[in-house]
Design a protein around this ligand. Structure first.
Ligand SMILES: Cc1cc2nc3c(=O)[nH]c(=O)nc-3n(C[C@H](O)[C@H](O)[C@H](O)COP(=O)(O)O)c2cc1C
Ligand code: SF4
Ligand code: SF4
Ligand code: FES
Length: 593
């Protein structure tokens, strides 16, 4: 019997996957065909949502609409038929690729953390267990001591995948050694970086893997209670996690005497209110305690004194989802992957000016070029690649010259950026790097908790300067001032938010200084995106008077009779660029300066 997989992650649903599911159920019953319909979480290739996969054949239909479903069902009734025109088409070569395993987006990845996402039913613990789920808990609790679990994680070389890349085993060892009867484990599922959705997708699509990681962590460090700190904007993740917790309790993986080992462990969900700073571990602890989420100075580190003053281990979703692999396959398995100092894989959400937006899991040490061009399919529309920003709002913007750098925690940091939680935004030739720096700084400025003066006021002053430059009112001395302020904000801020907020400014100044200079010295935005520095004009010699631009202009700034030369009224024009887009290529009459 065929299995029909229709992913029901948040992005799939917003693209209409729930309507495709309803149509599939209806159609199958109408034609009387028996098939298993499965609703896994995120498959990762968001660009082609909604997706229908037919197993065991591995056929993938992309951008499926409800009205396409009868054609797919017909193909199921005829064993060897493919529903023509519905399978994936490579955006670069235009070649039709019916089988998921042949699609470059998938076949160049190395999926372990994301292995179950898009495959298993996240609301069915049996599906997870049949795929080897909870074997690591069984092995650890029944065959290993807590110290052996810690040692195995330490030997694997796993580093935290939530941002800082701190060695996970070392953190577990410190928490295990901390004095105290009561200890806590927290899964940091705050995921506040704009554009990042990897943690949400794992929580929605493979919640048991995260629970398994929490149980292993609790056993290793000697904690009996744990919290999943999830932002309230993730309702589907929260729903699937609660179902998973209830099922794990029923099966005896959470409770008073887990698998008869004598180990007692409970997991609760705490919904965060969605402040970026609450992802910072000390702010997260404050928030969990019911206080305002503000970072506080360390030491003592949470592993010594955290939640309610007790030793507390905080790990990211991806870090915890990685641990079962280490227990099942051994430390050497993970240690043999990745680079000398960054082991295993990294999960990125690749977005922006890239053909294949989505979630990718790749071995540490892969180059940026492989991710952006081979997996991501490159920059669409024949535009030129300009930069890639990694590490969320406070990551750095790296230029094309660094595309061949092998990326891991340390190389990214040396280049002025960071791995962060896995956000990756691709920018093309139309992106202004000064405005990009201003945009990211605006986010950090608004999300600052405000207690450190350099973070609160320094970022504000930097933002004002960047705004002036994008408006053509900058001075060359502003560039030195920006560097000085960057240093001051990074040095004088208490937490990672302030410490890293200047990264986009520092890296754009380092790698794209010519763009700053063009804004200041020539009052020109090289990518023609800073509105104050551009103007639109209709070339009288090229205008054919077709009136397409006149009809499209949303503010009636264009005048001209049919078949006569049209004119833009600069005082009305809002510089939206629509006239440039709609003027037929054959005329090319609208110009942007
Ligand atoms: C402003 C700020 C926001 C953060 N947001 C997150 C987050 O959303 N998720 C996360 O896992 N770590 C986040 N971190 C990092 C955490 O403080 C902490 O390092 C991490 O949860 C540790 O887990 P790991 O060792 O598994 O990476 C943030 C840090 C800062 C400074
Ligand atoms: S650096 Fe910024 S966000 Fe962090 S504690 Fe200080 S003011 Fe708050
Ligand atoms: S740029 Fe926009 S507002 Fe200005 S003339 Fe063209 S369409 Fe109208
Ligand atoms: S939820 Fe649809 S691709 Fe992620």
């Amino acid at each position: 019997m065929k299995t029909v997989l229709i992913s029901q992650g948040t992005c799939c649903k917003s693209a209409g996957a729930d309507r495709v599911l309803a149509a599939m159920e209806r159609e199958l019953s109408e034609v009387g065909l028996e098939a298993i319909v499965k609703t896994p979480g995120c498959h990762g290739f968001s660009e082609i949502d909604p997706v229908v996969v037919i197993e065991p054949d591995g056929i993938l239909y992309a951008k499926v609409k409800a009205e396409d479903v009868p054609k797919i069902v017909q193909s199921l009734m005829d064993e060897n038929r493919l529903a023509k025109g519905l399978y994936y088409r490579d955006p670069v070569t235009n070649e039709g690729i019916p089988y998921a395993q042949d699609i470059p987006f998938f076949n160049k990845q190395q999926r372990t953390i994301l292995k179950n996402c898009g495959v298993l039913d996240p609301r069915d613990i049996n599906d997870y267990m049949e795929a080897g789920g909870y074997r690591a808990v069984r092995k650890a609790l029944l065959e290993m001591t807590p110290a052996q679990v810690v040692a195995e994680v330490k030997r694997s070389g796993l580093r935290g995948l939530g941002g800082a890349g701190f060695p996970t085993g070392k953190k577990w060892e410190m928490c295990a050694a901390a004095h105290g009867e009561i200890k806590y484990v927290i899964c940091n599922a705050d995921e506040g970086d704009p554009g990042s959705f990897q943690d949400r997708s794992i929580l929605e699509g493979d919640p048991h893997a995260v629970l398994e990681g929490l149980i292993l962590a609790g056993y290793a460090v000697g904690a009996q209670e744990s919290y999943l700190y999830v932002r309230a904007e993730y309702p589907l993740a929260i729903k699937n996690l609660q179902i998973a917790i209830d099922q794990a309790k029923e099966k005896g993986f959470i409770g008073d005497d887990i698998l008869g080992s004598g180990f007692k462990f409970d997991i609760k969900i705490f919904q965060g209110a969605g402040a970026f700073v609450c992802g910072e571990e000390t702010a997260l602890i404050q928030s969990l305690e019911g206080k305002r989420g503000m970072p506080y100075p360390r030491p003592p580190y949470p592993v010594i004194a955290g939640l309610h003053g007790k030793p507390t281990l905080i790990d990211n979703v991806k870090t915890l989802a990685s641990v079962r692999w280490i227990i099942n396959k051994g430390a050497d398995w993970l240690a043999s992957r990745g680079t000398e100092t960054s082991k295993g894989t990294a999960v990125f959400s690749i977005t922006g000016k890239v053909a294949n937006c989505g979630l990718v899991e790749v071995p540490m040490g892969i180059t940026m070029r492989e991710i952006v061009f081979e997996i991501g399919g490159g920059v669409p529309g024949g535009k030129k690649f300009k930069a890639v920003q990694t590490g969320g709002p406070s990551g750095g913007c790296l230029p094309g010259a660094l595309l061949d750098t092998a990326i891991d925690f340390d190389t990214l940091r040396a280049a002025g950026s960071m791995m962060g939680s896995g956000g990756m935004v691709v920018m093309d030739e139309d992106t202004c790097m000064v405005d990009t720096a201003r945009y990211f700084l605006d986010f950090s400025l608004k999300e600052s908790c405000g207690q450190c003066v350099p973070c609160r006021l320094g970022t504000m002053q930097m933002h004002e300067i960047l705004t002036r430059i994008t408006q053509g009112e900058g001075k060359m001395s502003d560039l030195d001032l920006l560097m000085e302020l960057s240093e001051g904000v990074a040095k004088g801020s208490l937490c990672g938010l302030g410490k890293t907020a200047p990264n986009p400014v520092e890296t754009t100044l380092r790698y794209f200084r010519d763009e700053y200079e063009a804004h200041i010295n020539e009052r020109r935005c090289p990518s023609r995106s800073c509105k104050a520095l551009i103007s639109y004009n209709i070339n009288a010699e090229k205008c054919k008077g077709c009136s397409i631009c006149l009809k499209a202009c949303p503010v009636d700034a264009i005048t001209g009779a049919k078949k006569e030369i049209h004119i833009i009224d600069g005082s009305k024009c809002t510089k939206c660029g629509i006239c440039l887009d709609v003027c037929p290529d054959a005329f090319g009459a609208v110009e942007c300066f």
